[in-house]
Write a protein of this length. Structure first.
Lengths: 261, 249
């Protein structure tokens, strides 16, 4: 009974509290020198640049699928002319940011969770500390900054390739020209549709990096623990991100009331 | 009492993990330029002691003084300054597996010196040559054997020419010949560079080769301390049993 009580009643809130302290420390350390610019640039390359092919390909496919669904829906009302705008609106406001979040959570969350987990169990984190390097700053803050910076850029890539995918699907059916499609797409889409949805991905990036780093650095039980950390990173980061999205959408409607119309 | 600062001093250090006493009132001085070998069975607190000396663990009570500084009271920047003078060879070398062998050795130089890049590379190359890995600069750690990894770890630990070198189980997992080569290397480092060595091992031949002073730990306490001859004359049954079993097998 005491063991059950400790595992299921005491431990979860204690771990959550520990994770919140971890996240707060990451934010605080991000504004304190030294800034580890070289490692941050390396992480931007690993997390951001190397995710571009995945995001671009996924965006293209999502654009095609969205176009087909939008056409099927709007055709019923004889509103095919609205397909480019409806697709772009859906993509820019919600689909693009969320899909990028889930894809990056899968690719980067698992990668960071496993990498830091492996570093932990093979004493590489201790080796960093023993080399007089602040391992938290070097490993966690750099990844957090890279994720936060990369996410809006990757979202913009997804939005663009999604619109291109939508055009490819549309032109295959109706023969619509590229320029006509783009003019129609941006006829009703405003900057305020793009900005909040894209900026909220910085929060997604923060959640992904912190969750994966936290779980990675708490890895124990050898290689089995590394695998577990990678899996948990993806699952927990995705869940937290989806939950945060609900709050963020409410917040966006509050701050940008015109987007709720 | 001389004015010279003892490089490593443990004062009544205690450490527990839950109910398990790992270090129990340990007090030790480790003299400058000498090799202190910490012996004992697995799980007696040897590696934990090393981790205290580099500040990776803090004692529950007592003091750990390294180069005259009490690690338990230092700010993070001050602790980092002490760590720059301490090299640590981990049991499994703990090489950064995303970097090449040469970059691993160059890592502390890039972090803590303002040397130009060609000089960093030249120094890393020198350290690798010292441990017999001159031709392995560009190799990834995964491509090295256990003995080579350990030597590369030693080169990285020595990159900043530390005043103190901590070595955790230098012969673990190695064949007797490679183990002897690493021991010889450690003796050379001590004699040629005047480095203070602290070596944790359960390998008696290795301890005899390296150690000026042997410390026998048992259940977190220092049971015996002195040169190899003194340990062999020890009347303590646990020390005698340990030495006999190692000699036998």
């Amino acid at each position: 009974m005491p063991d059950f009580f400790r595992r299921f009643v005491v431990a979860p809130p204690a771990r959550a509290g520990d994770a919140v302290v971890f996240a707060a420390r990451a934010v605080r350390e991000a504004f304190r020198p030294p800034f580890e610019l070289r490692e941050t640039a390396r992480q931007l390359y690993e997390i951001g640049w190397l995710s571009v092919p995945l995001i671009a390909a996924a965006g293209f496919a999502v654009g095609i699928v969205l176009s087909m669904h939008t056409r099927a829906s709007l055709q019923r009302f004889g509103a095919e002319a609205l397909i480019p705008a409806a697709l772009t609106l859906a993509l820019v406001r919600e689909t693009g940011p969320l899909v990028v979040g889930l894809l990056v959570s899968g690719r980067v969350g698992a990668g960071v969770g496993a990498e830091l987990g492996a570093m932990k169990v093979t004493e590489q984190v201790d080796a960093l500390e023993a080399s007089a390097v602040d391992s938290f700053k070097f490993l966690v803050v750099t990844r957090m900054v890279a994720c936060v910076v990369a996410m809006p850029i990757l979202t913009t890539v997804m939005n663009f390739t999604g619109i291109v995918g939508g055009w490819v699907a549309e032109t295959a059916i109706s023969g619509m020209g590229f320029r006509t499609y783009f003019e129609a797409a941006f006829s009703i889409v405003q900057f305020t549709d793009y900005l909040p949805g894209t900026l909220k991905t910085t929060v997604f990036g923060f959640i992904i990096a912190i969750t994966a780093s936290y779980l990675g650095l708490r890895t124990s039980h050898g290689t089995q623990g590394v695998g577990r950390s990678a899996t948990r990173s993806v699952v927990l980061a995705s869940m937290l991100m989806i939950a945060a999205n609900v709050v963020l959408v409410r917040l966006i409607f509050f701050v940008f009331p015109e987007t709720a119309e | 009492m001389s004015g010279e600062v003892v490089p490593i001093r443990l004062e009544r250090v205690r450490k527990r993990f839950g109910r398990l006493k790992v270090l129990d009132d340990v007090s030790l001085d480790m003299p400058r330029g000498e090799a202190t070998v910490v012996l004992g069975r697995s799980g007696t607190g040897k590696s934990v002691m090393l981790r205290h000396i580099v500040g990776l663990m803090a004692p529950d009570s007592g003091r750990v003084l390294v180069l005259g500084q009490d690690l338990t009271r230092l700010s993070p920047p001050a602790l980092a300054a002490v760590r720059r003078q301490v090299g640590f060879l981990f049991q499994n070398a703990a090489l950064f597996d995303s970097l090449t062998v040469g970059e691993n050795v160059a890592f502390p130089l890039r972090r803590h010196t303002r040397l130009p890049e060609p000089e960093v590379r030249a120094r890393a190359q020198d350290k690798l040559a010292l441990v017999g890995l001159a031709r392995d600069y560009e190799k990834m750690p995964a491509a090295l054997s256990g003995g080579m990894r350990k030597r590369a770890g030693l080169a990285r630990a020595m990159a900043l020419d530390p005043a103190i070198l901590l070595v955790d189980e230098p012969s673990a997992g190695l064949d007797p010949i490679t183990s002897e080569e690493i021991d010889d290397l450690l003796v050379r480092v001590k004699e040629e560079l005047g480095t203070t060595l602290v070596v944790v091992t359960h390998n008696i031949p290795s301890a005899r080769r390296i150690g000026d002073t042997l410390v026998f730990l048992y259940e977190g306490r220092v049971l015996e301390r002195g040169d190899a001859a003194r340990l062999e004359r020890s009347g303590h049954p646990i020390v005698r049993q340990f030495l006999a079993s190692e000699a036998g097998g």
